[in-house]
Design a protein around this ligand. Structure first.
Ligand code: ATP
Ligand code: MG
Length: 430
């Protein structure tokens, strides 16, 4: 059978304007090139005579069979979105050619695929038409699309008035319900609330199980592992690994994954952190970590050890209701636990404005040894006001948590537990 997607020697060169140059070097800083000198041979970012351009994707060849579910994995700036845009024909490759067999629905960055002046309703029909569907076919899916997206009363509002969450919900709903044979999804799970992310995952796995061809980009490695059978790791525009998703994730974490934004100082700058979703203004300024003795904690904490997090942030208008949180994820993206100031009973809500500091004390961090991502966030009036993903990393070291020298090797948490053994008395005949 001929592959659903055939990618032959694809390269994409971008010109570096002033702004783009900054962008590129910012991306390089993100991808930790300096910290991690692991390089892909033959991928020069700038060659002689090409001073003002660089290769975002370089000489990529890939066949994706019908029914395959493939994840593209890689650090920031690796070229994943660029490759998806080329597959979706949103941008042309500089070199190489691509052949796509089947009706393709793509969900790329917010802003592609929708006409901003048209209403939600009109965009549903427009997208259906682009996918080559008849009006009757779209009519039959219409209600399901609207209810999945949860945009109800905004159906006849131009999408340019939508919040980014509504926009993505509608875009995902269209892409998933209009039944494309090939579904291309970029990072959508990073947007929207947890409930919607779950719905998306459900829909994606439905698409995967209906033997649709799926190409999926996400930094959520837990989602990648559960949805995709194959993983392709990109680094600096080239393929550096192609194999089963589980092996691809392991390859990525071992060779490239530690560079997402890790900082091993106990003071983490949040003001200009790359982990902030673009929709947020930088309220969060700094995260400072200390151990149980108030000594700076530089990224290592013993299992069960104490952790103190000082979160500094600004409130630019007076408010009474605001909360901060700090959360711990596995490197695979699974949330292990969250400490939230709203969990504090009887916390005072007095009016504040300007620079603020929340201190969170965790007497015993109950994580099993390993590396974790630390996220920090700020809610104002119970709504998300700012958050930083992967603000820093924490390595939990082995310790004698139970006083027996034994630690669990499975699971994620260290449970305080007590056991007793009762002697079984012999039954006495009455
Ligand atoms: N329109 C553009 N003009 C110039 N450079 C660009 C443009 N789009 C992307 N780039 C650059 O191309 C490189 C690859 O970007 P791309 O968006 O494909 O990365 P990515 O793997 O999707 O990263 P992320 O995980 O951050 O989404 C980056 O260095 C980026 O700065
Ligand atoms: Mg991207």
């Amino acid at each position: 059978m001929q592959p659903a997607i055939e990618i032959n020697g694809i390269s994409k060169r971008y010109r570096l304007g002033e702004g783009a140059q900054m962008y590129a070097s910012f991306r390089e800083a993100l991808s930790g090139k300096l910290k991690n000198p692991w390089k892909t041979k033959g991928i020069g970012r700038q060659r002689r005579g090409e001073k003002n351009s660089f290769w975002a994707v370089k000489n990529v060849s890939l066949n994706i069979a019908k029914g395959e579910t493939v994840a593209l994995i890689g650090s920031n700036g690796a070229g994943k979105s660029t490759l998806l845009k080329i597959i979706s024909r949103i941008t042309d490759p500089t070199e190489g050619y691509i052949k796509v067999r089947g009706r393709m629905g793509s969900l790329l960055e917010v802003g592609t695929g929708f006409h901003p002046e048209l209403t939600g309703r009109e965009n549903i029909y427009l997208n259906g038409a682009i996918l080559g569907m008849h009006k009757a076919e779209i009519d039959s899916k219409f209600d399901e699309i609207v209810s999945f997206a949860g945009i109800g009363k905004f159906l006849d509002t131009p999408v340019k008035r939508y919040s980014s969450g509504m926009y993505v919900r509608l875009a995902f709903s269209i892409a998933a319900h209009l039944d494309p044979e090939i579904l291309i999804v970029d990072e959508v799970l990073a947007v929207g609330d947890v409930a919607f992310q779950k719905k998306c995952l459900g829909k994606m796995s439905e698409a995967c199980s209906r033997a649709r061809t799926v190409v999926f980009v996400s930094h959520n490695l837990a989602a990648v592992e559960s949805l995709c059978s194959r993983g392709v790791v990109l680094h600096q525009g080239g393929i550096v690994f192609d194999g089963p998703a589980k092996d691809a994730i392991q390859f990525y974490l071992e060779n490239l994954g530690g560079d997402g934004g890790a900082s091993r100082s106990n003071i983490v700058d949040l003001a200009s952190s790359p982990g902030r979703p673009p929709k947020f203004r930088p309220h969060l300024k700094k995260l400072e970590l200390f151990n149980g003795d108030d000594r700076p904690l530089r990224g290592d904490v013993p299992a069960g050890g104490a952790l103190k997090a000082v979160i500094r942030f600004d409130l630019d208008t007076p408010c009474t209701s605001f909360d901060a949180w700090i959360a711990f994820d596995t490197l695979g993206g699974q949330r292990v636990c969250t400490a939230h100031s709203s969990y504090e009973p009887d916390r005072e809500h007095e009016e504040r404005v300007g620079q603020q500091t929340f201190t969170c004390e965790i007497p015993s961090l109950p994580l099993i040894p390993g590396e974790y991502k630390v996220h920090v966030g700020l809610d104002i009036a119970s709504g998300e006001a700012d958050w930083i993903e992967d603000a820093t990393r924490l390595t939990v070291l082995k310790s004698d948590f139970y006083g027996t020298g034994i630690l669990p090797t499975k699971g994620l948490l260290l449970l305080r537990n007590r056991w007793s053994l009762e002697y079984q008395r012999e039954a006495v005949a009455v």
